[in-house]
Design a protein around this ligand. Structure first.
Ligand SMILES: NC(=O)c1ccc[n+]([C@@H]2O[C@H](COP(=O)([O-])OP(=O)(O)OC[C@H]3O[C@@H](n4cnc5c(N)ncnc54)[C@H](O)[C@@H]3O)[C@@H](O)[C@H]2O)c1
Ligand SMILES: N[C@@H](CCO)C(=O)O
Ligand code: NA
Length: 441
């Protein structure tokens, strides 16, 4: 390797030394020569801000004197600040201070970007620095840079993502073992996938933040976490998973970002939602197993693309962070900048009721003449067109019951909700056993 000792130096400050931060620090130190050769400058780790600087960290091969509890002072003297503390504050304040003092920022903080990304972008533009965040969506998988750069000449029309590893692990295990939700979450915790408090994952908050970031990038508009329709996986039952199997589908927690157009074909809004959905086993996303992530993108000219890999874990996530560090370091040396915020389209986020998809509905009904006609009328009354109906007779005689499984054509979510309410009110319907959206067609 060519000597790198004489190269110029860029000062890197690391904020946070947890799962991601410790892997980033390790890579910065152990790969120092290669990184220097790739950047054209040595990346000098000048400090690591943590809550408890005195704690021993034998796994992190750095000089213990680098640890400090004073993040505010540290960021003022850096060229590049890597923020892997997480959460909104104080991470936001440190990033803004860093930018004010001329540092480019690399962050993995999806929560902050999805809550207040425009403030960070504005500060980066004001101070002429970079804001990079590949690790914030789907960990190691390159998806932010493809959306911001590779696909920016095309028109993205839809993004379907499995962007949370914990929930994918749980749903995959429910599918392969037939087990219920609670016992599968316990297994995920035992294996270290799910946190002790798995709320952010299983209730879809983590996926919703990633969906907001993806939608903003895909459609050149601002979408925040609060704009995302969010349903988690806590209500998914073993029966739902079996019902999906019966129609050769699998249940996934999907992040779905779609462009809506008016009658003239002009983009008129976006829908952004996170919820469990059935997806046909022939769809590429159905093959995403265990805790893996994948993002399926449909673009006008490129057609369909899928990005697949590890969405979490210290080392995989640090790969994305280091890629960003090299990119912003190169810009500093060459005197250029990466992309700024692109929100010119300024599209409204349309309410969930306007989102259109297909639905799987399972009903317990009486087995007598006219039942099917009544059920079909409830769908027709709400302009929801039925694609398939399957009936299974349960029991015999006057009191025999039937299970009806109906799959619809595409319909607005509000129409489906009204149909389900009408079905529940029919005297021939014992119960709307379950309903779930069907995606990917
Ligand atoms: N863990 C993953 O797999 C993963 C994947 C993608 C993105 N991320 C994101 O990376 C970020 C970090 O995640 P993590 O899993 O490493 O978290 P973590 O909890 O393991 O680490 C957080 C670190 O920040 C430190 N910290 C907290 N508050 C601080 C403060 N006020 N000042 C200084 N240090 C402080 C903690 O001491 C700890 O060292 C989060 O934004 C997370 O969403 C994590
Ligand atoms: N908790 C997340 C990883 C960090 O985004 C997951 O399970 O995918
Ligand atoms: Na990524």
């Amino acid at each position: 390797m060519a000597a790198t000792a004489d190269l110029p130096t860029l000062k890197v400050a690391l904020l946070g030394c947890g799962v991601v931060g410790s892997a980033v620090a390790t890579m910065l130190v152990t790969n120092a020569d290669d990184l220097a050769a790739r950047v054209g400058a040595r990346l000098d780790l000048i400090g690591i801000a943590v809550r408890r600087p005195d704690r021993r960290r034998p796994d992190v091969p750095v000089d213990p004197a680098l640890f400090t509890s004073d993040a505010d002072t540290l960021v003022r003297s850096a060229d590049i600040v890597v923020e892997v503390i997480g959460g909104i504050d104080p991470a936001r304040g440190h990033i803004l201070t860093a930018m004010e003092h001329g540092a480019s920022v690399v962050t993995a903080n999806k929560a902050l970007l999805a809550e207040d990304g425009p403030t960070l972008y504005a500060a980066a533009a004001e101070h002429g620095v970079d804001l990079y965040y590949e690790a914030a969506v789907a960990g190691a998988i390159p998806i932010v840079r493809p959306m911001r750069e590779s696909l920016v000449g095309d028109d993205v029309v839809r993004v379907l993502g499995i962007v949370n590893g914990t929930t994918n692990f749980v749903l995959d295990k429910m599918d392969t073992t037939g087990a219920g939700f609670a016992e599968t979450v316990e297994q995920a915790q035992a294996l270290g996938y799910a946190e002790a408090d798995p709320t952010a994952d299983v209730e879809g908050f983590d996926a919703a933040a990633k969906a907001a970031i993806l939608a903003s990038l895909a459609f050149h508009t601002r979408v925040a976490s609060a704009d995302v329709h969010r349903e988690g996986i806590t209500e998914v039952t073993a029966a739902d998973v079996r019902a999906a199997r019966d129609m050769d589908a699998v249940v996934k927690l999907l992040a779905i970002c779609e462009l809506q157009r008016d009658a003239s074909g002009t983009p008129s809004g976006v829908t952004v939602r996170v919820h469990p959905a059935m997806i046909d086993r022939s769809h590429p996303l159905a093959s995403v197993r265990d805790a893996y992530n994948a993002v399926f993108v449909e673009a006008a000219a490129a057609g369909e693309l899928m990005f697949y890999g590890k969405g979490a874990g210290g080392e995989p996530t640090s790969s994305a962070v280091l890629g960003d560090v090299v990119a912003v370091a190169r810009h500093r040396l060459a005197g250029g900048h990466g992309p700024t915020e692109s929100a010119y389209a300024d599209l409204p986020v349309v309410p969930m009721g306007h989102a259109e998809t297909r639905y799987h509905i399972s009903l317990a009904v009486a087995d007598r003449p006219g039942v099917l006609a009544q059920v079909a009328t409830a769908f027709a009354d709400h302009d929801v067109s039925i694609e398939t109906v399957r009936q299974r007779i349960l029991g015999e005689g006057d009191d025999s019951r039937a299970q009806l499984v109906i799959v619809t054509h595409r319909a607005p979510d509000s129409a489906l909700a009204a149909t389900v309410e009408a079905l529940a009110g029919l005297d021939t319907v014992d119960e709307v056993v379950s309903w779930m959206r069907v995606e990917g067609a």
